[in-house]
Write a protein that binds this ligand. Sequence first.
Ligand SMILES: *Cc1c(COP(=O)(O)O)cnc(C)c1O
Length: 410
Amino acid sequence: MNESRFAELAKELDAADPLADLRERFVGHNDPAISAYFDGNSLGRPLAATLDRLGEFVTHAWGSRLIRSWDEGWLALPSAIGDQLGATVLGAAPGQCIVADSTTVLLYKLARAAVAAGAGRTEIVLDRDNFPTDRYVMDGIARECGMTLRWLEADYDGGVSPEAVASAVGPQTALVVLSHVAYRSGFIADVPAITALVHEAGGRVLWDLCHSAGSVPAELDNWNVDYAAGCSYKYLGGGPGAPAWAYVARRHQEDFAQPIQGWLGAGDPFAMGADYVPAAGIQRVVSGTPPILGMLAIQDMIALIAEAGMDAVRAKSVQLTSFAVQAFDEILAPLGVTLASPRDTARRGSHVTIDHPSFKDVTARLWERGIIPDYRNPNGIRLGLSPLSTSFAETWTGIEAIASELRHAA
Ligand SMILES: *Cc1c(COP(=O)(O)O)cnc(C)c1O
């Protein structure tokens, strides 16, 4: 298929896309300076509804209701948004998700609680390809708690298999920490199978959903997950530095030992009591004052995902990445580009990573042209195809630009 045929195909796919109109809800969808945005998996585009929400918030809830707003909704907001996320995106019944902190801090808090619950068990299992913060946090916990890290190796264009986990876990395993969707390759891990075999060994699992929440459906309750966390500024539209969310299965809330005992995770914070008595339920994951301003926008994206339906979001995501892989095969592979993501759509999240030795320079030139992917060492371009804000035409524009830059450089 030649390049003009790909442009036509992209148009046909957009015309047949039931979610196409929702793209207009995003600020900047028609910005002539941005021809293609491929970083919705790093910083999602804002929604126009968020502009209104933020202005209204400053005028009314903050500007007029002032401190009374804490009782009129702010204190309850972290768990209210958590429940909405659970229902729409995460497959979690109410009372198990809460918005707080950053992903990094939540990974620390959840892992420390998991390790404390596995008293006597000495190992944390993780993979070398996980996102740096996940590895660094576990390294710190291992030192702090006198534990050993057991490392898994993942395939470059894949991820961690159940077999690899099975051969690493045993009676010494306290915790396994893995990503649902790998940040580099986009590989989707088999969460239910891996979770089940860690449980057979008597351990617990902490799943990082940063790269899946809002693009790949999750069923945390059905999958029997112990703990999960993820950020809200990728596919969940929270904005730069927006707080993260945590999931603690109800069965583990009673033994959740909070490592950062703050007043707002206490049972009766306004008693200003002498000693810390943890709150019941998911509230005990909280440490200090919730970042209300930062969590406002998440609600608009949850509402949009609910309107579209998570299954439709996933269907569009699969179509987008399949289109990108087809264009890669026919246009980019002949130019020496290689694919660093799974071909099996059932194992591929919402981004496609492609490699070429000149991609660092190519990315810089693409940014100047208003084509915005991101570059990941050693030589990868990640095409993050955010199902609600990316069109097929935009995807083709970007791939065509990569091809033209490669030809230009050759
Ligand atoms: C984006 C991402 C993070 C980010 O953590 P922050 O604390 O928000 O900086 C962590 N883990 C994974 C897998 C990510 O993709």
